[in-house]
Design a protein around this ligand. Sequence first.
Ligand code: NAD
Length: 494
Amino acid sequence: MIIGHIINGQRTINDGTLLPLTDPATGKKHADIVMAGETEAQAAIAAAAAAWPAWQQTTPIKRAALLTRYASLIREHMDELASIISAQHGKTIDDAKGSIQRGLDVVDYAIGIPNLLTTDYSAQVATDIQAYSLRQAVGIVVGITPFNFPAMVPLWMFPLAIMCGNPFILKPSERDPLAAVRLAELFHEAGFPKGLLQVLQGDKWLVERLITDPAVAAVSAVGSTAVAKSIYQLASSHGKRVQTFGGAKNHAVVLADADMDYTADAIIGAAFGSAGQRCMAIAVVVTVGQKATDALLPRLIKAAKEIRIGEGTDPKTQMGPLVNQQAKERVLHYLTLAEKEGSTLHVDGRQSPVPHTGCFIAPSIVSVKSTASPIWHDEIFGPVLCHIQVADMDAALALIHEHAYGNGSAIFTEHGGMAQQFAAAVSTGMVGINVPVPVPPSYHSFGGWKQSMFGDLDMHGPEGLQFYTRRKTVTSRWKLPEALHNSFTMPTHL
Ligand code: NAD
């Protein structure tokens, strides 16, 4: 099978470079992906530009009716989409379904578009003069998405962008592109016009080609920080509206009064679910005081050793493989480094048995010797949970503050005042209180701080709506004054 593009509603395969795709669990090649070239980029942009005028004129209620049908189709194809994700990414079927559901939540939110586009109106801003605002589409939007959520992150972007009146060109990850293609096919099955949603396969060349095209108005991208930063810089230097979301290293702070059974269970799932390949994974656990460490660490160690590792398609599996060999090598590199620098490997993923095929590596738990260590600084993006003990909550807050990333954080405690203080002071964009993966619901917005996000407006929810529209304010007068006089003074509202 060759996985190609969806251009102007058609599956398209060109004779570009082919990249092989292998199943991360078996190591077996299952498809090739073909890279788009100049012809495909031009064709997609032309189709988007052609689709835009009529779509802008389509009433929000008609747009919502189409999206309602699309939501049903995604629900009907949930099993198929989850199998595609599991086969290309490696995550378990249930995890894949959970991620599709989180994408669907944004689809459901976007169905409310007639209401969401409601704006304000002020009567009598001056005598017989009214003012009101419009939220209008921005134009062609390009979305660039990462491998770790091949359906969810695209669904966090294009349904809302399109409901706001924009055509959308999606450039999914070249590691697991099939889910995006199926989402686009279902989109057309729902009855949407051609050219509104297109999928192009490619890498750096295609991203740069699309985001610098004069016809493109806005860019939304998710990926590692280096890529997010470079896309942000390039797109903004070309005058595009742009938001990009980067890497993460999320800390969970555990106070001694936390319910330790619940906390250990929550942290294990958040650290090792999807083999740690989530931008909201818990990557560092910070225990406050020796008592918290003594209560939590043994529970984490025991639970990590009991995790069932296997193919994502096996219902008994809790943790699947990493996405590819490179990702596994990266984890091995950090574990070797941790050992060399004298950090304590309570659980060493290199030692535990895993299936011999594919890119499996078992969970690790490492008490980090010093915060100077790359194992604390860098995003590993694998099943490695770092541990650090600090003396008090201020020290925990300082640790998070010092860190370059600021996506999410969590606190585990039964003390409401401490939790409130933590939520107010912590320098991350999303905070959980006894909630390990605080991904906001679709009607709130998602975004990190510091090196985890570049731009001003978060994804989905009210800020997503702002990102995909531009405000226009109209001042009108229908009852004209009886006496005319030239006025050379600045008009006031008095
Ligand atoms: P990646 O940076 O390798 O790739 C992301 C996307 O950018 C892909 O579509 C890829 O083809 C494209 N790309 C790669 N190199 C590029 C370049 N030099 N110029 C332009 N485009 C380029 O990321 P990944 O490995 O696919 O995904 C994992 C990363 O994404 C992790 O760092 C993770 O934390 C991050 N992520 C962040 C969020 C968030 O919301 N902050 C969500 C999911 C994933």
